[in-house]
Design a protein around this ligand. Sequence first.
Ligand code: MN
Length: 129
Amino acid sequence: MKVFHGSVEGAISEQRGATFTGVVWADPVMPATDGVTINNVSFNPGARTFWHYHEQGQVLYVTAGSGWICLEGSEPQPIRQGDTVWIGPNERHWHGANTKNFMVHTATSIGKTVWQEAVADADYLRSAD
Ligand code: MN
């Protein structure tokens, strides 16, 4: 067992760039431990992940704002504060804010995350919020 107490005094938030579009900040909640990583992630309006999948799945819990979750081959679905999403192993997807609101979620990722290409504006904007 390990106890991870809240944010470490003086810890610096990470701005995420290479696998995200727009302004995205992340704070670690639990560093990689037995294949599980937990991050609080903040997306400005319009910001989202690249396409990606998690080898053993992911739980998203939306703590503020509203946005979108999209599985490849499906329409984007709106998510908002209080919603929980389970993304199964190897399901290719993206998640992020909508165009009018920020979103903050706690992401619990299990196993390796495999990052792919950016979500094209046309695909993102098709969420038509
Ligand atoms: Mn994900």
